[in-house]
Design a protein around this ligand. Structure first.
Ligand SMILES: *Cc1c(COP(=O)(O)O)cnc(C)c1O
Length: 388
């Protein structure tokens, strides 16, 4: 569904108002959630405002799509039932068997599984590359068959920062589309379309929904032709978000700016605390001055977000013990919610890439730092160090 941006103003104003005009009949400030799967026609083919059938269009989903397009600075947004459904639909819309995808060598495990094991069966080939090594990326996309260059920045869970403007140029010089998974940064912290990306993809399950209560995904583009292809697959395959999911995602997205400010402040405080601890060997957070991507991140991002990864000198045993000793941080997969979580990637979120080029270190923990009070978060980390 095409969504022209209608709300004006700054990011937070558009977050609250884009796609959210009050309901004209009653004046309900929050538009009703539209559950109807079908729409009455005024005579055969006489559609009201284009609405016909729920897989194709739904007013609650349209409102979310308008809000997403506005916030990413794109012309068209498409909402899906999950982040991976969004990725699958966009790849199927834009590739054919024999095409090649070059992706970051620390891509989200589920993205790699989709590209290598599902789309691989369908004839798509792939090559994971270190996106910080621009010469290696150039060499990888120069095969004449690369259709997509796919990057996450910051990446999950190693928090590597990639140069969006440089990668856009490399992709375009090779005739490839540049896709950015902007799940970690969110449009509040970073807007890849403004750096030359063709397509932005999100797991809205994370910061955009923001409350760990709805799974979803999104694709945002500027180009009309790309939009037509992706929109066709969204309609023809039907991996769309349901009305209640779309409503919850819209509700979360309205507060994205205030949440991200707090996630970033708390993330910075946690990273600086971990840096002081003798038990820790590495802290991976782009807000730290000695992070190799710090300057680039400061250029591309408004602040550095709430995900902090770190490695323990005591190895796998220490990482497991620490994760299981935290109390305020819940041991769980996922990230981006208001509550703090701890994840042991090598056995949890990234178990599917064990033994591949994308495997993650066994002494690594990833924190999703929530919006609780800083002193309570630091106290919990401190007591978990005490348990080592
Ligand atoms: C979670 C995640 C996905 C997958 O999204 P789902 O909503 O779980 O399908 C993709 N990319 C990144 C960076 C993620 O964190």
């Amino acid at each position: 569904m095409t969504s022209e941006n209608n709300a004006k103003g700054g990011f937070n104003t558009r977050a609250v108002h884009a796609g959210q005009a009050f309901e004209p009949r009653t004046g309900a400030v929050i538009p009703p959630v539209h559950f109807s799967t079908t729409y009455a026609q005024d005579g055969i083919g006489g559609l009201r405002d284009g609405y016909e059938y729920g897989r194709g269009t739904n007013p609650t989903r349209d409102a979310l799509q308008e809000q997403l397009a506005s916030l990413e600075g794109g012309k068209h947004a498409f909402s899906f039932s999950s982040g991976l459904a969004a990725e699958d639909s966009l790849i199927r819309a834009l590739t054919r068997p024999g095409d090649h995808i070059v992706l970051g060598n620390d891509a989200y495990g589920g993205t790699y599984r989709l590209i290598s094991r599902v789309l691989g069966e369908w004839g798509i080939t792939n090559k994971p590359v270190d996106m910080a090594d621009l010469d290696a990326v150039k060499a990888a996309v120069a095969d004449g068959q690369t259709r997509i260059l796919w990057v996450e920045t910051p990446s999950n869970p190693m928090m590597k920062i990639s140069d969006l403007a440089a990668l856009a140029e490399i992709a375009h010089a090779a005739g490839a589309l540049f896709v950015v998974d902007n799940t970690f940064a969110t449009p509040y912290l970073q807007q890849p379309l403004s750096f030359g990306a063709d397509i932005v993809v999100h797991s809205t399950t994370k910061y955009i929904g923001g409350h760990s209560d709805v799974v979803g995904g999104a694709v945002i583009v500027n180009d009309d032709e790309l939009a037509e292809k992706i929109g066709f697959v969204q309609f023809a395959v039907g991996a769309v978000s349901g009305p209640m999911d779309a409503f919850l995602t819209t509700r979360g997205l309205k507060t994205l700016g205030v949440r991200m400010d707090r996630h970033s402040t708390n993330g910075q405080a946690v990273a600086e605390f971990l840096l002081q601890r003798p038990e820790v060997s590495h802290v991976l957070y782009p807000g730290l001055k000695d992070h190799p991507g710090h300057e680039l991140a400061a250029k591309q991002m408004k602040s550095f977000g709430g995900v902090v990864s770190f490695r323990l000198k005591g190895g796998e045993a220490a990482a497991r013990k620490f994760a299981e000793s935290l109390r305020l941080f819940t041991l769980a997969e996922s990230l981006g919610g208001i509550e703090s979580l701890v994840n042991y990637p090598s056995e949890m979120t990234h178990a599917s890439v064990k033994g591949t080029e994308l495997a993650v270190p066994e002494d690594l923990l990833r924190l999703s730092v929530g919006i609780e009070d800083e002193q309570d978060l630091l106290a919990d980390l401190k007591q978990a160090f005490g348990a080592l």
